[in-house]
Ligand binder design. Structure first.
Ligand SMILES: Cc1ncc(COP(=O)(O)O)c(C=O)c1O
Length: 429
């Protein structure tokens, strides 16, 4: 009876909260039932916006079909297609050529039978792109796989992985898999990092400090200069994850390491192909002897199928375009677009420390997440909503991803929709 009553109650904007850490050790798997009940409640209230199938490519305007079958034409601010290469005609044609030549899948681990000539071409092109003598590239089938494979084979039991507090899940998971000791430092705080390094350096173990070029939730740059200096002072190694910055940051697109002139000091650089390249996959750039080792020891590479040839062909073309005039023009445009959107939002909503094409709008209370995502979609906008555990408790965000392809009008409409939402959902400044 009481269950019936709560179902009939009109939902307020703070309903549909799910405790993602709810776990049960019982044989009846209570958490699975609880999750499915939550999902059903959200669907029956017609507020479900997860895994909404796209009927079009990841362009600034998209069409999606919601779970009850209604189609929505939306302005797209939730894709990592930063430079528009996911649907660029030359990229598509290059992928088609590779598909015709090599077939659909690699059908094998890269170390055994899954390496094709096109993978070697990509390794070579990326190595040339960074341009340091004696360095090389190891390809992975995802950015997530690159991080877990690299961190867990570089660090062993008794060693240390020191992560920025805003680190992506793949770095945390890699650290956990490594069985090393995990330490966290306050976001971008080099002094905090130094206090940790000073303490653990006494143990005389291997230490890996991991940071990001552009942070995927805060949208600010990694404090690379100071962090690299401190890391080197204590004889530790540094990994920079350039998932959100490769091809976009730096004059020639080498990432935040180029912008802050620290490429030569970085021991391990991680890239993903799922963002500015518009494809899927990941890579490690490091000294060739380390690359040779990783190719054998990173388990996510060794025990997983190689990148598919068609995507590899598309990534190669995206790299070629991004290193030519097309890339320079797009990098200029994406910065102008992001600055424009930020200027429209600043002092109206809380955009935290954003400096890049990732703009978080902090709305706080995670209980608003489900209705807010639904509200924004019905207003004609697709954003990425993040809540705990992806961000801190009561620091839930709407993430807007700006691309070089958005028009001024689309950015202005986006700002208006977000400001309207902030009034409706009580997070206006
Ligand atoms: C900082 C960071 N690293 C790694 C990844 C994983 O990349 P992928 O989606 O290519 O597996 C992501 C994904 O969003 C990310 O934001």
């Amino acid at each position: 009876m009481s269950e019936q009553k709560s179902k009939e109650k009109k939902p307020s904007y703070t309903e549909f909260t799910l405790d993602m850490f709810s776990r049960s050790s019982g044989k009846n798997h209570a958490e699975i039932k609880q999750f499915n009940q939550w999902r059903e409640d959200v669907i029956s209230a017609d507020k479900y916006t997860f895994e909404t199938p796209h009927l079009t490519p990841q362009t600034p305007e998209i069409v999606v079909r919601r779970i009850h079958g209604d189609e929505h034409r939306l302005f797209n601010f939730s894709s990592y297609n930063y430079l528009g290469y996911a649907n660029h005609p030359e990229v598509i044609n290059a992928a088609k050529d590779a598909l015709d030549k090599f077939g659909l899948g690699a059908t094998g681990s890269p170390l055994l039978n899954g390496t094709f000539d096109i993978h070697k071409q990509l390794e070579h092109a990326l190595t040339e792109f960074f341009g340091q003598e004696g360095y090389g590239i190891s390809l992975f089938s995802s950015g997530y796989g690159a991080n877990i494979g690299v961190v867990s084979s570089y660090i062993h039991k008794g060693d240390y992985v020191v992560l920025d507090h805003s680190s992506h899940a793949s770095l945390i998971d890699g650290a956990v898999m490594s069985q090393g000791t995990l330490k966290l430092f306050r976001h971008n705080d080099a002094e905090f990092l130094e206090r940790i390094l000073k303490r653990i350096a006494k143990d005389n173990r291997r230490i890996l400090v991991c940071v990001e070029g552009v942070y995927s939730t805060d949208g600010d740059y990694g404090n690379l200069k100071d962090i690299v200096t401190v890391t080197k002072k204590y004889g530790a190694s540094i990994l920079v994850d350039e998932a959100h910055s490769l091809l976009v940051a730096g004059a020639s697109g080498q990432g935040a390491v180029e912008k802050f002139d620290v490429l030569g000091d970085v021991d391990l650089l991680i890239g993903t192909f799922s963002k500015s390249f518009g494809g899927v996959g990941g890579c490690l750039y490091a000294k060739q002897e380390l690359i040779n080792y990783m190719n054998y020891y990173a388990r996510s590479r060794m025990f997983s199928c190689a990148l598919d040839p068609a995507v590899t062909g598309g990534i190669l073309k995206a790299l070629e375009l991004a290193t030519g005039p097309d890339g320079y023009a797009k990098r200029k445009r994406i910065v102008e677009n992001a600055d424009h959107l930020r200027s429209l939002l600043i002092n109206k909503v809380d955009i935290g420390t954003s400096q890049s094409w990732v703009i978080p709008i902090i709305f706080g209370d995670e209980r608003k997440s489900i209705p807010l995502a639904d509200y924004l979609m019905r207003k004609g906008y697709d954003f990425s909503i993040m809540m705990f555990p992806a961000v801190k408790k009561n620091k839930s965000i709407i993430r807007a991803f700006v691309t070089s392809e958005h028009t001024k009008e689309q950015l202005e409409g986006c700002a208006e929709a977000l400001i309207d939402a902030s009034k409706e959902y009580d997070f206006a400044l």
